[in-house]
Design a protein around this ligand. Sequence first.
Ligand code: ARG
Length: 444
Amino acid sequence: MKLWQKNVVPTAEIERFTVGRDRELDLYLAESDVLGSMAHITMLQSIGLLTASELQVLLAELRRILADIRAGEFSIEEGVEDIHSEVELLLTRRLGDVGKKIHSGRSRNDQVLVDLKLWTRRQLREVVELVKALFDALQVQSEQYKDVLMPGYTHLQVAMPSSFGLWFGAYAESLADDMLFLQAAYRLVNRNPLGSAAGYGSSFPLDRQMTTDLLGFDSMDYNVVYAQMGRGKMERNVAFALASVAGTIAKLAFDACLFNSQNFGFLKLPDECTTGSSIMPHKKNPDVFELTRAKCNKLQALPQQVTLIMNNLPSGYFRDLQIIKEVFLPAFDELKDCLRMTTYIIARIRVNEHILDDPRYDLMFSVEEVNRLASNGMPFRDAYRKVGLDIEAGQFTPQKQVHHTHAGSIGNLCTAEIASQMHQVLEGFPFERVDEAERKLAEG
Ligand code: ARG
């Protein structure tokens, strides 16, 4: 039985195709759907559409459903279209007619919007926490190895001295920038679409500020048409933030694979973090980084996937939007897994403290020598030429100490400054207020 069923029953084929993967994917949204309903009916009571006792009965049953969802004892039944229908069906089956009252003043269109926002808000928070954990691990390694030099490359040709402090620290700083995107995404997400109903509001005098406060949103998506236009736009913008993080991780993973190869030998993964070969008994492969690289490259396609699904839709709801859930919802688990694994390995990775004993890297000190001569008064271009000719003549002997002092260089990593940038962004997330609102709503 459909919420919208009257006299005509859709054929099994139409039902199969239109429900699609909703019975499976809407389970991601189940908790959020119940929270959204709790806020909605609390508001309905305040405007006289439910009595106080009806509200209490409904809230108590929604709490039971929430507990079942949290205990993993919840599913969307065969023949029921989606999470929104399942919850209303359970309430009606268990409580009778009062269950049929909860849908006044809303539509599944704003219901799924609010579900997606509540769910995404929670997921973004988890991503933020995992990004911070990786950031911390990178900063620890950066400080630990700040005095260990390694070759820096341009064109993948040995170029200039770099250091493990710089290498680890670079990825930490990259994550601090990615955090800004996550925060922008979070702010867009944290606005209440509930009350936009099918996309054009309602003739009931809905108290949208009340549901905004109950659900811990910063504010509402005011214009009801715009609220509905947020479906797809929200996912796309969040996807850009996830893609920014994924881009950082994919590059880190590629560096790590390269530097772990015998031909570089800069990094060493602990044996228990590598995998073997079925034919070559000596192999210790960096599969974790390879899989991370592939998954994170794939995640960078997410904004495009979302865009292409909703690109040419005019304003107003369309069923096309349902398909976004298929790519959007599972992406979070994938990114979170990559973040956890990267942190796990980064914390265990060892560096080769003696790379520069190998003479193949000697020429990376050429610029140090040019600069030394220039500091002693020789014009830079003359010093450059002299060192170049010495190298050609086989008369260059590297001085392997470096003296880089400016901000962000080998000798001055600015770890604390980068940490403080990260800290400032983190302070801007209203996690505690949101937690408190959700807890109050769920527990009453
Ligand atoms: N499963 C639908 C979706 O994700 C829920 C909204 C259905 N609304 C509708 N007008 N058919 O979009």
